[in-house]
Design a protein around this ligand. Structure first.
Ligand code: HEC
Ligand code: HEC
Ligand code: HEC
Ligand code: HEC
Ligand code: HEC
Ligand code: HEC
Ligand code: HEC
Length: 402
């Protein structure tokens, strides 16, 4: 059998085949396909539109969340920075700058030295809802890179992409773990040097239902066929699992940068995170916070968490809703535990006019400056720190002087 196959080919054809094979093998020396996306994650995904017919309430509020809006194609309505003349520059120094331009219906960053164009790239993907900031990515073939200029919400201005040198660069590749935290799914076909060979069509933007509930195909088809079944089948809901598993789902993205043991996108809600990666320690040291803050590590170091068996992220967050900037609502969630007669109450004696219940959080979970991430912003001498809400729930005496 083995020897029969070549007989179908003439000698000349065999030589051509040999050359083709050599080319394929040869190119593999430079491009080594390596399994990069692991596990079952990404299969059986149907998209959140498919959840809408039965979970309309959740769907309608979910699409307003920072999660859902966290990554998107670079369309005009999603880019927060200004392209208006006068504010469409980021200057590194007297000679070097990046101009932000609209060209047709696309947007481009142009690197200039002494006013002469040196390099350019289009905005293709927006990362960040713009709650705090945005950064932008561009495609070159199947590789993704970060654009040199980002957007900082606090000053409503363009800024130097965090961690970039003080010159424009268009060659910083985007690793898969970046999208593991900032998208629902992305598949890689391997690594080429330091660049990921993305399967472009596989990318599912935003942090959508199935990022937290697993692929929904079986669930949807079951319930379409069994309209009377009131028990949700074939879908992950960590609410019913032990606490460590409940917080592990969120910790995948909310415990700072982690050291991977398994490839990106292997982990699914319901898994034990420690089997997939190791992370920052549980610590009350809020000064090490950066934009990729360790909410899990800080919460887990707090007395509330240690002394109560039930506290998890959902004690305070309803992830299906955008509840940003609602201190009263959050304070009511503190009172779910601290309002009971036999619970420990606030011992602070407020000055007249101050109602503790209006805002527990600015005293006990204040917004602090990060020592890690500093941003260069146009027109500012000093670098600005990023500001994060600490999740180390504690007594901050200097916060009570109001
Ligand atoms: C044809 C109707 C239907 C569709 C479509 C549907 N679901 Fe459900 N789902 C149900 C029903 C019925 C339940 C059980 C009652 C409930 O909890 O609302 C349920 C429950 C759930 C639960 C809770 C399960 C549990 O164990 O507590 C989750 C999570 C869920 N669905 C997610 C999704 C997601 C994500 C999608 C889209 C991919 C989706 N559903 C699409 C009908 C549907
Ligand atoms: C796949 C990664 C990922 C997972 C899993 C994830 N998050 Fe997030 N989360 C993010 C990113 C990224 C942002 C920043 C979104 C933005 O503003 O662009 C964010 C933002 C948030 C915010 C701030 C925005 C707001 O709505 O107030 C909260 C709160 C939050 N996440 C809570 C949670 C909780 C609770 C869980 C677990 C149930 C969770 N997240 C799971 C990545 C994730
Ligand atoms: C371990 C998960 C993780 C990784 C990896 C990660 N991020 Fe994030 N990123 C987050 C989370 C979570 C937030 C929101 C944190 C908060 O608000 O405290 C965030 C916030 C951001 C924001 C600000 C968005 C906003 O408005 O809040 C930008 C921009 C951003 N990340 C870009 C990137 C880029 C670019 C990469 C890859 C080079 C990356 N991140 C890698 C989890 C991650
Ligand atoms: C960031 C993660 C995340 C995303 C995104 C998300 N969910 Fe959930 N979902 C959860 C968690 C965590 C719970 C359990 C909450 C708890 O502990 O009570 C939950 C619970 C549910 C439930 C059970 C009933 C309830 O209200 O608690 C349903 C149904 C559900 N989700 C559907 C959806 C649908 C549909 C979407 C998209 C439109 C979605 N979820 C998006 C994390 C998420
Ligand atoms: C799941 C229940 C639960 C929730 C929700 C909760 N706590 Fe607690 N908290 C506790 C418990 C239990 C303790 C420990 C009380 C004791 O000393 O025995 C505690 C302790 C504290 C302490 C004392 C900390 C210290 O270091 O001495 C403060 C302050 C506090 N909580 C504030 C808050 C605030 C503010 C919120 C809302 C943002 C909140 N808690 C939400 C359960 C909770
Ligand atoms: C005791 C209540 C409480 C718990 C528990 C809690 N959070 Fe928060 N979280 C808050 C409050 C309050 C805010 C501020 C909301 C605002 O500014 O509107 C917040 C904000 C956030 C933000 C935005 C941070 C920023 O700097 O803007 C993220 C991300 C977040 N929480 C994630 C989580 C995750 C993940 C968990 C579980 C590991 C968690 N939270 C547990 C109360 C809590
Ligand atoms: C204006 C700031 C401020 C506000 C608002 C505030 N607290 Fe406090 N809280 C403090 C200070 C300061 C202390 C420590 C008082 C002392 O022992 O001197 C404290 C103490 C506590 C303690 C520890 C009590 C003990 O005996 O160990 C808890 C629990 C607590 N607060 C919960 C809350 C909750 C829940 C809210 C919202 C309803 C709240 N606090 C609102 C400043 C505040």
């Amino acid at each position: 059998m083995r020897n029969r196959l070549p007989k179908f080919f003439t000698q000349k054809q065999s030589q051509v085949i040999l050359i083709i094979l050599l080319v394929i093998v040869g190119s593999n020396l430079f491009f080594t396909p390596k399994k990069e996306t692991g596990g079952p994650y990404g299969t059986k995904m149907v998209g959140s539109e498919a959840c809408r017919s039965c979970h309309a309430n959740i769907y309608d509020t979910h699409i307003q969340t920072a999660h859902y809006r966290d990554s998107r194609p670079a369309e005009e309505q999603y880019i927060k920075g200004s392209f208006a003349e006068g504010s469409n520059f980021f200057n590194y120094n007297q000679f070097m700058s990046v101009e932000l331009r609209k060209e047709g219906d696309r947007f481009v960053q142009v690197g200039l030295v002494g006013g002469t164009e040196m390099q350019r790239a289009f905005f293709d993907i927006v990362i960040g809802s713009g709650r705090k900031g945005q950064t932008y990515l561009f495609w070159q073939g199947n590789n993704l890179f970060q654009l040199p200029v980002s957007y900082y919400t606090e000053t409503n201005s363009w800024c130097n992409s965090p961690g970039f040198p003080n010159v424009f660069k268009f060659n910083r590749p985007i690793p898969l773990n970046c999208l593991e935290c900032h998208a629902t799914f992305a598949k890689s076909n391997g690594i080429n040097g330091d660049k990921v060979e993305y399967d472009k069509g596989s990318i599912v933007f935003g942090i959508d239902c199935e990022r937290c509930h697993g692929g929904g195909a079986d669930h949807v088809s079951w319930h379409l066929e069994h309209k009377d079944d009131k028990i949700g089948r074939y879908i992950v809901n960590t609410a019913k699992m032990e606490r460590q598993v409940r917080v592990d789902g969120c910790s995948l993205c909310h415990s700072g940068f982690r050291k991977a043991i398994q490839p990106p996108f292997s982990f699914q809600f319901g898994d034990t995170l420690a089997k997939f990666s190791t992370g920052s320690p549980i610590s009350n040291k809020a000064d090490t916070l950066d934009v990729h803050g360790n909410q899990y590590g800080l919460m887990a170091a707090s007395k509330c968490y240690i002394k109560s068996a039930t506290m998890d992220c959902s004690s305070c967050h309803n992830v299906h809703r955008n509840e940003y900037n609602e201190p009263k609502l959050y304070s009511a969630r503190c009172m779910n535990c601290h309002g009971d007669k036999d619970a420990v109450h606030c011992s602070f004696k407020p000055t007249a006019g101050l109602v503790l219940e209006d805002n527990c959080i600015d005293c006990h979970m204040p917004v602090l400056s990060s020592n890690k991430i500093r941003l260069d912003v146009n027109g500012k001498q000093a670098q600005l720190p990023d500001r994060i809400r600490t999740h180390y729930i504690s007594i901050y005496k200097n916060r009570s002087k109001s």
